[in-house]
Write a protein that binds this ligand. Sequence first.
Ligand SMILES: NC(=O)c1ccc[n+]([C@@H]2O[C@H](COP(=O)([O-])OP(=O)(O)OC[C@H]3O[C@@H](n4cnc5c(N)ncnc54)[C@H](OP(=O)(O)O)[C@@H]3O)[C@@H](O)[C@H]2O)c1
Length: 304
Amino acid sequence: MKVFVTGGSGFVGREILRQLHAAGHSIRLLARHPNSKHVQQDAARFNAEIHPGNVLDPASLTTGLANIDAIIHLVGIISEIGSNTYENVHTRGAQNMVTAAQQAGVKRFLQMSALGTRPKAIARYHQSKWAAEEIVRRSGLDWTIFRPSIIYGPDDQFVNLFARISKFSPALPVIGSGQSKLQPVPVADVASSFVRALKEPQSIGQTYDLAGRDVLSFVEVLDAILAVTNRKRLKLHIPMGLARFQAAALEFIFPKLLGKAPPLNCDQLIMLGEDNSGNPERANALFHLRPTPFREGIASYLKA
Ligand SMILES: NC(=O)c1ccc[n+]([C@@H]2O[C@H](COP(=O)([O-])OP(=O)(O)OC[C@H]3O[C@@H](n4cnc5c(N)ncnc54)[C@H](OP(=O)(O)O)[C@@H]3O)[C@@H](O)[C@H]2O)c1
């Protein structure tokens, strides 16, 4: 198949490119920064065509869909900056991509969503992902929606962040009680689900939770990272009120003074306070996933 991938330069996207290539698909990659070194390198490695464009610019999408059999729409942000708001990137971006697919006659559409996405969600991230799901469900396309819990793997920004902090700091930060449940899922399993869904007509019109074997509190996730890296560190609990104050300050300072999205924002705090676990059985069965224990999964790259 010839597959158009958005968000292919990101953490999950690069693993999807790798698996698409390994499965013999050809790839056209939407890129905001087509000349960046890693986009060029990945395009060469996975024999992908680069299509310059942005999901916020509808005209840049339609021209990329000639001779495409399926779209994998991954674009997403965890922090807002300027016009890259959750609503614009997730909801308007999905609408633009769906419209381009309809105009180009590309029927198959795989949509990246997230666990916790639901009607009347509290976090704006989840609200915007829910609105995107609704657009995809009403599109008339042959859609499949995936909702992963937190995703881990060699290049993740989560496990690696805390592993790095634990290298230098005597304490690891825990916001609030750290008792909300997560079900971390390996990036390789997320990518396999997308790639196998392309050849799986049963997945059309379905929404799948993607979640790992273990349901762990945030504190248990940190304990697993410490166990694997063979370190002992204190956990410094930051009261939610103080964290909100810090996040609000970062949201103001980072975009205004540094021109960057903040490393922590108020929406993320809402999500950190919610459980993020699901039921991966349907996806595991259909896409032949064999869930790995979290500790084993992170040991494969943290130790290296
Ligand atoms: N990571 C997780 O734990 C997790 C969990 C659940 C769901 N998800 C979802 O999975 C998807 C991928 O996440 P990720 O962790 O791989 O994120 P990531 O590493 O930040 O990658 C995001 C991708 O989106 C692209 N992008 C952002 N805004 C764009 C725009 N306006 N037009 C075109 N491309 C744009 C980025 O391109 P540039 O390279 O140009 O910035 C990048 O390729 C997202 O939808 C996210 O919500 C992630």
